[in-house]
Design a protein around this ligand. Structure first.
Ligand SMILES: [Zn+2]
Length: 357
């Protein structure tokens, strides 16, 4: 008797639920609207961040008349890249806007690029910024806090000049320590002291971070979050989108000799989506560890990807029934870069750092 009553109750609840759910997709109830608002006006209210935005973040260092090293681009090449962005209709966004998007608090333009500069060279203000101004573009400068005002570096006045022009000022630690190689205490001090030091000199605070040499693990990322950073950039490859962890936002590193064709390829590609990555991104592994993950992109054939570790191709196995991938990365001791590409249409890419010990 009790069982029968329970069953009847369950059916009633289910029927009510179905009725409520069915109502979600129908016309809004006029009684629920504010005074004087038409149904059309309600429908136009933005419903939050657009789900399928992606953003390509670029990582530059210095720009000069001529390239003097791998990480110093010639101004002519930089201007060509900016022109390619402008021709394709790209708009620049700042790290805090990406953080807002990932936190569900703000939207991004349809074609978003985030132009960042590491290490705080003076050329950001004297060479890079004028070229970007010509397109109405703004960027972000990640400063090595203790080297501000040093030889060839921005001074605090120049940093404030950038900020006043709409740029965002972020942190790249105090002394450019590689954070996966230092003690927890040193790591925390590098993160906290740099954030406080920079925030004391600028108006807009210091909520964005870039990992020196792109090196991170789960502990470093947790320390960065605890230090108060809302977003942290790697130099992993591929674009960011709504599925990206704010503490591991990839940036494409630009070096001398990148062709314009290669550059355009980075802009057009999509993120390659993996789920259930095990062990998860950031976990330290033994050098002979294996990784499993589930391919989440329907347009990527399970056997159609190319994978590499530290630039050397590796094999993987894919189960077409379940979408599960088994990767045997053959890691070196220290930091490794696992990269996964799909060269179909659209091109897709994802990569991450694996610290092995
Ligand atoms: Zn750096």
């Amino acid at each position: 008797m009790v069982v029968k009553t329970m069953r009847a109750l369950c059916l009633l609840v289910a029927a009510v639920l179905i009725a409520v759910l069915a109502g979600c997709g129908s016309e809004p109830d006029p009684a629920a609207e504010g005074e004087g608002e038409s149904v059309e006006a309600v429908a136009e209210v933005p419903s939050g961040p657009t789900a399928d935005r992606k953003v390509v973040a670029l990582c530059y260092h210095s720009i000069a008349d001529e390239s003097g090293s791998t990480y110093e681009l010639a101004i002519g090449d930089f201007k060509e890249q900016l022109q390619a962005l402008a021709d394709d209709g790209y708009e620049t966004v700042l790290p805090s806007q990406i953080a807002d998007y990932l936190e569900g608090k703000g939207d991004l333009p349809e074609k978003a690029v985030c132009i960042t500069f590491d290490d705080g060279p003076e050329s950001i203000l004297t060479v890079s910024k004028p070229a970007m101004d010509a397109h109405g573009y703004v960027g972000a400068a990640f400063l090595i806090a203790d080297s501000v005002g040093g030889d060839g570096k921005l001074s605090w006045d120049q940093v404030r000049e950038l900020e006043a022009a709409g740029w965002e000022i972020g942190s790249h630690t105090c002394t450019h320590e590689m954070l996966t190689r230092v003690s927890a205490d040193t790591c925390v001090a590098e993160l906290e002291d740099a954030r406080e030091g920079i925030a004391a000199e600028v108006e807009g605070g210091c909520d964005a971070f870039a990992y020196p040499n792109g090196l991170y693990d789960a502990d470093v990322a947790a320390h960065a979050r605890d230090a108060g950073y809302r977003i942290a950039f790697t130099i992993d490859r591929g674009p960011a989108d709504q599925t990206t962890d704010a503490m591991f936002v990839p940036r494409q590193m630009l070096v001398d000799g990148n062709s314009l064709k290669t550059f355009r390829g980075w802009l057009s590609q999509e993120k390659l989506h993996l789920e259930e990555i095990d062990p998860p991104v950031g976990e330290r592994l033994s050098t002979d560890a294996g990784i499993t993950a589930r391919l989440a992109d329907d347009d990527v054939p399970i056997d159609g990807m190319e994978m590499s570790v530290n630039g050397s191709p590796i094999k993987y196995e894919g189960d077409s029934e379940t979408g599960m991938l088994t990767i045997s990365p053959e890691l070196n001791e220290g930091a490794n870069n696992l990269r996964i590409n799909f060269y179909g249409s659209p091109r897709r890419e994802v990569s991450w750092v694996i610290v092995a010990e």
